[in-house]
Design a binder for this molecule. Structure first.
Ligand code: KIV
Length: 269
């Protein structure tokens, strides 16, 4: 089976085909998603909140990202694997950015990396791309800047913010990103960005005018810790896995307690 490539993602954009992306953090889920037609698996640093139960993504380390990227790339043969660069693995210097990105490919087995930021990350993106590593940008609501934003708030609502996002998108295009995630921006901002750059935009909470969409797989599958199932407005739930698991486990407990499991079928003779 042939893996989706970065040039193929560019090709899909050129032929106006929508691009699909979901997150994956472990081998089991990655193998299941790889059996679907989804184009890209993002080993997101949302690992911190979705899997590790943290309030933010800030504590996620490069070592954790390499480990989880390896789990995902090992289990997949078809989807393009993009690894998120975690907080402080690329901001401090260009050299550190190149080394961190390189490790996500070399040790993690990813085919590309994603990093947050626009104009201010131009030098880092340019250097990583020059090292032969495809880069996906990420603009708008950038969770690693949660404290600077004063919370997880929609970005680009004011004219000044809208113009800044537009400038950043052009800067990222100029230094060679192969796509840009637009997170938490009004639909009109996403539309303007899409019209201003010739690289695909992949939206999350950015409306229909993007060239593709990304969601956290657990969100769209309804798979979350009970009590923490608050679904953001932009998520559509396609399954209710949490409820399904609880139902199955209730049935198992009932069967064990009543002596209905194991039966003859599940017992060696
Ligand atoms: O970390 C992540 O999962 C992401 C997506 C939500 C775009 O950055």
């Amino acid at each position: 089976m042939k893996r989706v490539t970065v040039p193929e993602i560019r090709g899909r954009y050129a032929s106006a085909e929508k691009i699909t992306m979901l997150t994956a953090y472990d081998s089991l889920m990655a193998a299941i998603l790889d059996a679907s037609p989804v184009d890209i698996l993002l080993v997101g640093d949302s690992l911190g909140t979705v899997i590790c139960g943290e309030e933010t993504t800030l504590s996620v380390t490069l070592e954790q990202m390499i480990y989880h990227t390896r789990l995902v790339s090992r289990a997949t043969r078809r989807a393009l694997v993009v690894a998120d660069m975690p907080f402080l693995s690329y901001q401090a210097s260009v050299e550190e950015a190149v080394r961190s990105a390189g490790r996500l490919l070399k040790e993690g087995g990813a085919q590309a990396v994603k990093l947050e930021g626009g104009e201010e990350m131009e030098a880092q993106v340019r250097a990583i791309v020059r090292a032969g590593i495809p880069v996906m940008g990420h603009l708008g609501l950038t969770p690693q800047s949660v404290h600077a934003m004063g919370g997880y708030k929609v970005q680009g609502k004011s004219q000044a913010e809208e113009e800044a996002i537009l400038r950043s998108a052009k800067a990222l295009e100029e230094v060679g990103v192969f796509s840009i995630v637009l997170e938490g921006v009004p639909g009109r901002v996403a539309e303007r960005v899409g019209a201003a750059v010739a690289v695909p935009t992949i939206g999350i909470g950015a409306g229909l005018k993007c060239n593709g969409q990304v969601l956290v797989a657990q969100d769209m599958l309804g798979f979350s810790a009970p009590g923490r199932e608050k679904t953001p407005r932009f998520v559509r739930r396609y399954a209710s896995l949490t409820e399904e698991i609880i139902r199955a486990v209730e049935a198992y407990v009932t069967d064990v307690r009543s002596g209905n499991f194991p039966g003859d079928k599940e017992t060696y003779s």
